[in-house]
Design a protein around this ligand. Structure first.
Ligand SMILES: [Zn+2]
Ligand SMILES: [Zn+2]
Length: 382
């Protein structure tokens, strides 16, 4: 089959790879119809995640058709069209039983923090991802869901990570009626977090980013008030001025480790691997939320120590909540909102390209070319 493969930092290509096989009775093999490139895939491309091995296939956002099932799979049959959450999880361990699907204890022998994630290096279990013609789906009875008839394929694809992660970010913020919510980052996750904040009762939603075209998307997709980082000077002082010098009630970091930081932070993070990336956005969040406020972190950070302003967080009495999204926990509420017509996650999509062009697609996403927000890979027909 054709698959995107990693060849070392900044090097990827599409090449022939053996088809995945059923390796466990609970596995399914899914023929991918649509996949997406995620901003967090850039961390892999740029060599920022430890133990990203040559030949690894990225891609944790995909939908497709079940092509084979292992002998103990009961809920899925060949021919089913499924959406697959980016988490791989067992559904029965002590963490899964609490709904902490992104922290499953049984799917990642390589780490005690993160669970299993498709196409996200051996740090996240070493599972090949869905930017390929086929993918092995472990615990097939637990993760995937048959796509309901009424749901558009592209909406299904957008909730395998991006929209669901933004929604989760808003939920982690414990937004109360009338709260002022600030979102750092107007990528797909930030857009979804801002859109979701309204659904949870926010009275004011601000989005901060440095790219004008993304702020435009924040206005049109998320109905948010936008603030250009290129114009406002120090974002922390700006936020104070905007909120009677109190700070926002809730701040969501939807940027993660590759926020535009100082050169020094970039060097210590990317070159020396001393930090899990520059925590610029997280420090802005800590310093611009009000005392006693909530900081929600859904931007992706690597597992290594990051220079976070923890003293500020402690002395302000903040609640900081963070996790990889337990995607399946978000689906019931999100599907209700889509079905009722309140949201349409696929409106985030700006580009559609074939698998053969995915290397150029990564370049476009990485360099933010052509006003790119979300890029879908059209792998095969459903
Ligand atoms: Zn993603
Ligand atoms: Zn589990």
């Amino acid at each position: 089959m054709k698959a995107l493969t990693y060849r070392g930092p900044y090097k990827i290509r599409v090449e022939e790879k053996p088809d995945p096989r059923i390796e466990h009775p609970n596995d399914a093999i899914v023929r991918v119809t649509r996949a997406a490139i995620c901003g967090s895939d850039l961390h892999l491309l740029h060599g920022m995640l430890p133990d990203t091995r040559i030949g690894h296939t990225f891609g944790h956002e995909f939908i497709g058709i079940v092509e084979k099932v292992g002998p103990s799979v009961q809920r899925l049959s060949v021919g089913d069209k499924v959406m697959v959450p980016f988490n791989i999880f067992c559904g029965s361990c002590v963490f899964c039983q609490q709904g902490l699907f992104s922290n499953c204890h049984n799917v990642n022998a390589n780490a005690t923090a993160v669970g299993g994630i498709y196409g996200y290096s051996h740090t996240a279990g070493g599972y090949d991802g869905g930017q390929a013609e086929r993918v092995r789906v472990p615990f097939a009875d637990v993760g995937p869901m048959i796509i309901p008839e009424w749901l558009h394929d592209e909406d299904a694809l957008m909730i395998t990570d991006a929209f669901s992660t933004g929604y989760f970010g808003a939920r982690l913020g414990h937004i109360k009626e009338g709260d002022t919510v600030a979102v750092f980052g107007a990528g797909p996750v930030g857009l979804a977090a801002a859109r979701s904040a309204w659904l949870m009762g926010a009275g004011r939603v601000m989005v901060l980013d440095h790219l004008d075209y993304r702020l435009e998307k924040a206005r049109s997709f998320a109905y948010a008030e936008t603030h250009a980082l290129s114009e406002i000077g120090d974002p922390v002082l700006h936020m104070k001025r905007e909120t009677d010098h109190l700070g926002a009630d809730v701040v969501i970091d939807a940027v993660g480790a590759e926020a535009d930081g100082t050169v020094m932070q970039h060097v210590t993070a990317a070159k020396l691997k001393l930090q899990g990336g520059s925590p610029v956005a997280l420090n802005w969040a800590i310093d611009s939320v009000r005392k006693g406020g909530n900081v929600s972190v859904v931007g992706a950070y690597g597992p290594i120590h990051s220079a976070v302003r923890f003293g500020d967080a402690m002395n302000k009495g903040l609640t900081i909540r963070a996790n990889q999204t337990p995607i399946r926990m978000m689906w019931p509420a999100i599907l209700d909102h889509i079905r009722a017509g309140r949201i349409s996650p696929r409106e985030m999509i700006t580009h559609r390209i074939p698998l053969d062009d995915i290397v150029e697609g990564y370049h476009m996403v990485s360099a933010k070319l052509d006003d790119c927000v979300k890029t879908v890979i059209e792998v095969s027909d459903s």
